[in-house]
Design a protein around this ligand. Structure first.
Ligand code: ADP
Ligand code: MG
Length: 363
């Protein structure tokens, strides 16, 4: 269902919180539902799954109507072909891993083409865990089993509500690669709730961001990353650009990975497990990009990228300015003080060098 749409117009209220979301989401891509805690992300997913009934509106998925207040349609949750994964996957603790997975297969939806358990077991590296009891699994293993079970139940839409939130940092990085591979391996339309921009940039292509129960923006993840800023958010996020590139070389001795961004090659903190040729995304914060008028000598910064200033936006209230710099590859964004802008006489059209510390690049 690559060109299918999830078309929602829903209005729902809980006590003094109201959710009003109108959006048309392309199901050919993984979509992040992004926003601060309490912005309505879980409420939106629950309404799509049918656990909570909107006051009015409609929910249509790939041409099927799941809810339409005007037409009096409300398909119950167990008849909607969605796979819902909660923050902490819910498994049958009295069954072992294999029985949990096969139970899901036996109970799968017959109206949707199912994935057979074996390739899913394979994809999630669950072979060695099949005879284990659920309570003997670590949090990360449990979440892998829960995700596999959700897929095996034959959904047409996967709803993942902060699937990594309950895991600690190491467990998160264990499970992230499995989530990254989902779209390619199973072509399953997915809405992924997250309030973590790193997860969003890794896992999603487009983003719907919510603020106080309303749609703040819908667009590509690159647009989202570009729009996040100190003054528009909680302060935890920074203006940044998202840069795509291919890994071309590893430097294990210096713990660096070289990434071709379609022009400049960037050195980033080592990603030793990523094979050459693989495409990855890098997030480069504007405040980590400095500017020089000529190529500096004797500098610690690894990435020195020539380019031309295309735009300049002054933020007088914080004494800073953002510059956009077109390079042979991606456009970079730099946030520097107004004092520097004046001293270097930076204006659109000027040729400069963007300096990016390797250690500041998130991948
Ligand atoms: P998020 O997932 O973005 O953190 P939620 O959708 O869980 O946000 O919650 C949005 C708001 O709705 C919160 O203020 C929350 O307290 C409230 N809320 C959610 N579910 C209920 C409910 N069943 N009853 C009352 N209030 C609720
Ligand atoms: Mg939530």
């Amino acid at each position: 269902m690559s060109s299918d749409l999830l078309d929602i117009d829903l209005h729902l209220s809980h006590d003094d919180f109201s959710l009003a979301v109108r959006a048309s989401i392309d199901l050919g891509m993984t979509t992040a539902v992004f926003g601060p805690s309490g912005s309505g992300k879980t409420s939106l997913l629950r309404a799509i799954a049918g656990f909570d009934q909107p006051g009015h509106g409609h929910i249509r998925c790939g041409g099927e109507t799941w809810f339409d207040s005007a037409a009096g349609i409300n398909i119950p949750p167990h008849k909607r072909p969605v796979g819902y994964l909660f923050q902490e996957g819910r498994l049958f603790s009295h069954l072992n891993v294999s029985r949990n997975l096969h139970y899901a297969y036996e109970r799968r939806r017959r109206d949707v083409q199912a994935l057979r358990p074996d390739p899913v077991i394979d994809a999630f590296d669950l072979g060695a865990l099949l005879t284990r009891q659920i309570r003997s699994l670590s949090g990360g293993e449990r979440q892998r089993v829960a995700l596999a079970r959700t897929l095996i139940s034959a959904p047409r839409l996967l709803l993942l509500d902060e699937p990594l939130a309950a895991l600690d940092y190491n467990r998160k990085s264990d499970i992230l690669p499995y989530l990254e591979n989902l779209p390619e391996r199973f072509a399953m339309p997915t809405l992924l709730v997250s309030h973590n921009i790193d997860e969003v940039t890794h896992l999603a292509d487009q983003a719907l961001s919510l603020k106080n129960g309303r749609v703040d923006r819908v667009g590509t993840v690159a647009d989202l990353v570009d729009s996040l800023d100190l003054d528009t958010n909680t302060g935890r996020f920074d203006a940044a650009v998202l840069v795509e590139g291919s890994v071309i070389a590893q430097d294990p001795r210096l713990h660096l990975t070289h990434v071709d961004t379609g022009g400049p090659v960037l050195a980033v903190p080592g990603l030793p497990t990523v094979p050459n040729g693989e495409r990855i995304r890098l997030r480069i914060r504007a405040r980590d990009v400095a500017i020089a008028l000529s190529r500096p000598q004797g500098l610690s910064i690894r990435n020195v990228i020539p380019g031309q200033i295309t735009d300049l936006v002054v933020h007088t209230s914080i004494g800073a300015a953002d510059l956009w710099i077109a390079t042979e590859g991606p456009t970079l964004r730099s946030r520097i003080t107004l004092a520097s802008v004046e001293e270097l006489d930076l204006t659109p059209g000027k040729t400069v060098f963007a300096l990016v510390k390797s250690a500041s690049i998130d991948s």
